[in-house]
Design a protein around this ligand. Structure first.
Ligand SMILES: C[S@@+](CC[C@H](N)C(=O)[O-])C[C@H]1O[C@@H](n2cnc3c(N)ncnc32)[C@H](O)[C@@H]1O
Length: 426
């Protein structure tokens, strides 16, 4: 299927099934053109997910709820695999020769993803199984008479030339273990471990080998200071990620209310270590658009997609807030997303006019074009949207326009992704 508004925009959001979208991207020339595919598909959790936005805080109980997506599989594992396997296969076709595919799952699906990807790409394409601690071991998990299931798994496969650049972390060194060489450079040392003789020779040439009187070999590690001024050794991060905090500890404003949203810090790490600036990143199970926001902020191009109207609405609002000049496309006609016609009251003033939105009472966002021309695009002269967060702030109800409006169009964006426009005057 062709995309409804294809094109080479750097920031794209596709409403549709991941299989149809991946095939359409291949067909338009992105085959072997994507450096990073990250997906966070349903995990076979047997749950239906609901998006919730509290408008006035818990006390007054004004809550907007909308169906996000379903992760229930009547046919069990076979039905889940029938969904996942062809989508992963189509996504692998997008990868460049140095590209990587990251599949974010948990204990319910990680073993299935390994089998599927071994089948599609071959076991030699396996790169990593990264374990991310997504929650502390508290409450129900801690009291469950088993080890807390507080982890998610990132299964990573790579094309033949793929190379990841794991970031460095700073490990503080006890003051007593810090020494200084003849040039005053701080260092600490450790036994040679599994360094080969050839590596020791290379390190010796760099002045990084210490030999004791008895001939024992130690390797010197030069130190840097952390933000607190403590001397630290730089260490490469391994496949156990305990330093990326859960979403509930993220800065206020990051939470969109979309269920199963992942933290920006997690995607920032993945995008940084798997791509270079300018590379193309694809996520066709994009949910609230975390991958797109990371890619945008880090200077990468991105294509996101999702089958849920609510995900598209959430990601669109989020990416526009982040300043991405976004192109929204559809794999299937968007006509199913027609929302209820908005009701408004317009009062003219000495200069300009005020527009009050009567229905809907709690839209995701609404916008005005005060000189509407049906043959041209909708030009936004005023717009307001619900501010995200655990206690979301509703969109403004009244718009004040400085100039007397001509034919005026009011467009409303609903939580389930539906859009509706009403035109008045003219
Ligand atoms: C776990 S959520 C992704 C959350 C996302 N990583 C974030 O940070 O917000 C999974 C998403 O996959 C979408 N999805 C499920 N089946 C799909 C399909 N066949 N094609 C495209 N998207 C699908 C759901 O609508 C949901 O938004």
């Amino acid at each position: 299927m062709e995309l409804a508004q294809g094109g080479a925009s750097h920031a794209r959001l596709i409403h549709g099934d991941a299989l149809v979208a991946a095939e359409a991207l291949c067909a338009e020339g992105l085959k072997a053109g994507v450096r990073l595919v990250y997906v966070d598909p349903p995990f076979a959790s047997q749950a239906a997910y609901v998006h919730e936005a509290r408008l006035d805080g818990p006390a007054s109980g004004r809550v907007v709820r909308a169906h996000a997506y379903d992760d229930r599989w009547e046919g069990g594992t076979a039905a889940y695999l029938d969904m996942l396997a062809p989508r992963l296969e189509a996504l692998t076709r997008l990868l460049t020769s140095n590209g990587t595919l990251w599949v974010h799952v948990d204990w319910r699906a990680s073993y299935l993803v390994r089998i599927v990807l071994d089948e599609i790409l071959g076991p030699e394409a396996f790169v990593n199984e990264i374990v991310w601690r997504r929650a502390p071991n508290l409450g129900r998990q801690a009291a469950s008479h088993q080890f807390g299931r507080t982890l998610d798994t990132l299964v990573v496969y790579g094309m033949p030339d793929a190379k990841l650049v794991p970031p460095l972390r700073l490990e503080p060194i006890e003051a007593g273990a810090v020494r200084f060489d003849e040039q005053g450079r701080p260092f600490t040392s450790a036994p040679r471990g599994d360094y080969t003789d050839a590596s020791i020779e290379r390190l010796e040439a760099e002045g990084r080998v210490l030999r004791t009187a008895s001939g024992k070999v130690y390797v010197k590690y030069f130190l840097v200071k952390n933000a607190d001024g403590a001397w630290c050794r730089e260490r490469r991060i391994d496949a156990l990620w305990t330093d990326v905090t859960p979403l509930r500890h993220a800065r206020p404003g990051e939470r969109t209310g979309y269920p199963t949203q992942k933290p920006r810090a997690l995607l920032d790490r993945i995008v940084s270590c798997a791509t270079s600036p300018g590379d193309l990143v694809v996520d066709l199970f994009a949910g609230s658009g975390t991958t797109g926001e990371s890619a945008h902020v880090l200077g990468r191009r991105f294509v996101l997609g999702d089958a849920s109207s609510l995900a598209i609405a959430t990601a669109r609002a989020r990416l526009m807030r982040a300043g991405a000049s976004l192109r929204v496309e559809a794999c299937s006609p968007m006509s199913a997303c027609q929302g209820a016609t908005p009701r408004v009251r317009i009062e003219t003033r000495e200069r300009g006019a005020s527009v009050t939105l009567i229905e809907p009472t709690a839209p995701l966002a609404w916008a005005i074009d005060s000189r509407f021309d049906a043959s041209g695009p909708f030009r936004v002269v005023w717009h307001s949207e619900r501010a995200p967060g655990a206690r979301a702030r509703p969109a403004e109800r009244v718009a004040v326009l400085e100039d007397a409006p001509g034919p005026i169009a009011i467009r409303v964006f609903y939580d389930d992704g539906a859009v509706a426009t009403t035109v008045l005057g003219g």
